[in-house]
Ligand binder design. Structure first.
Ligand SMILES: NC(=O)c1ccc[n+]([C@@H]2O[C@H](COP(=O)([O-])OP(=O)(O)OC[C@H]3O[C@@H](n4cnc5c(N)ncnc54)[C@H](OP(=O)(O)O)[C@@H]3O)[C@@H](O)[C@H]2O)c1
Length: 343
């Protein structure tokens, strides 16, 4: 029966279906005629019908619970692993590294054909000797001092380890840059430059004290970055889930690059050029603050450009992102405004 079911349409298990990326991805899976059934798993209570999802069943559970994960993955042809603690906190190693191992092992036990895992540009690490443009041949070394970068690199090794010596289950490893769009608002919610004013007002006001403080100010270290739209990431994952191209690692970024001043312009805020030294001093001061939120570690990440080539996804998956970095920023800001979170 199981084999027959598998021929008729794919069963896709998704960890983290309630997150920014998960919602966009499940929307795409729901629309795909090749997908018959979706099983989502995350910790919060959630009703799939609240999003109009018809093929999706939801299991409330935690990736740290190996038995619960195994149960949710049973019968899956494809396992999409998105669940991750992005802003850190005490248990990030258990959720991100041990939890990912649970998911990958459960996928192999379930004899899934494919795992699609959301790694990140951060897996490469923020190294001075990185090439100007990263392609998938560059080793994912991570940055040890940055928990997210370190764990994203470590989880890629865990995945290799779990898949070693077997041929049934293969892996698509996606490395998106910052994901943004109407739902994915982490750039505005979590990046320290936006929140510094709230978290440590003195640090920012020292740097920008000469400006009239009518509007928020974003320090701009002059580093260029990429964005990718949530729907474009979802379309790459969908291609992987359906087995297009070949397994392996895929960078995901929209065309074009941005600076923090572009973000400030889009929001109608100020930006101020901040030399590297000031960024370093600010980062150091923050790191010493008792109880400083772990996401402020992201300030370290913006010290040098981390830009990715995406030729492989375009060539092998036929990936055609529908939004440039600038259009993605516009979509993000428009949604942010519509929610009246910025004047
Ligand atoms: N957003 C970006 O800019 C970006 C860029 C590159 C890569 N990625 C990667 O893409 C993936 C998805 O990102 P996202 O932006 O959608 O993240 P998100 O909005 O924070 O969503 C995380 C999801 O994981 C679930 N989750 C967290 N801890 C869990 C646990 N212990 N057990 C089960 N589920 C858990 C969350 O639901 P509950 O809290 O209810 O459990 C939620 O559904 C992550 O792996 C992230 O690292 C994101």
């Amino acid at each position: 029966m199981a084999a027959k079911g598998r021929q008729q349409g794919l069963t896709v298990a998704v960890t983290g279906p309630t997150g920014d990326l998960g919602i966009a991805l499940v929307d795409g899976l729901e629309r795909s005629r090749r997908v018959k059934r979706i099983v989502g798993m995350a910790r919060r209570p959630f009703d799939p019908s609240s999003r109009g999802w018809k093929k999706t069943e939801y299991r409330q559970g935690d990736v740290r619970d190996a038995a619960g994960v195994r149960d949710a993955m049973k019968g899956a042809d494809v396992v999409v692993h998105l669940a991750f603690a992005i802003v850190g906190g005490g248990d990030s190693q258990a959720i991100n590294v041990d939890g990912s191992r649970n998911v990958f092992e459960a996928a192999v036990d379930a004899r899934a054909k494919r795992i699609c895992y959301a790694s990140s540009v951060a897996a490469y690490g923020f190294h001075k000797d990185n090439p100007a443009w990263l392609d998938e041949h560059v080793p994912t070394r991570g940055t040890p001092a940055h928990f997210y970068s370190r764990q994203k690199a470590e989880v890629e090794r865990v995945l290799e380890d779990v898949l070693a010596g077997q041929t049934r289950t293969s892996a698509y490893v996606f490395r998106p840059c910052i994901v943004a769009g109407p739902k994915a608002q982490m750039l505005l919610e979590e990046l320290p430059y936006i929140r510094l004013g709230e978290a440590v007002p003195d640090s920012v006001s020292r740097v920008v004290s000469w400006l009239p403080m009518l509007k928020p100010v974003i320090p701009d270290p002059g580093v260029r970055f990429q964005l990718v739209h949530e729907d474009d990431v979802a379309s790459a994952f969908l291609a992987g889930a359906l087995g297009k191209g070949e397994p392996g690692a895929y960078n995901l970024a929209a065309s074009g690059t941005l600076a923090m001043s572009d973000l400030a312009d889009a929001l109608g805020w100020y930006s101020i050029p901040v030399p590297d030294l000031a960024v370093n001093v600010t980062a150091g001061a923050i790191a010493r603050l008792p109880g400083a939120p772990e996401q402020l570690g992201w300030i370290q990440a913006m010290r040098g450009p981390v830009l990715m080539r995406t030729d492989r996804a375009r060539k092998l998956l036929g990936w055609r992102p529908q939004h440039t970095s600038r259009q993605t920023l516009a979509a993000l800001v428009q949604a942010y405004r519509e929610e009246s979170r910025v004047s």
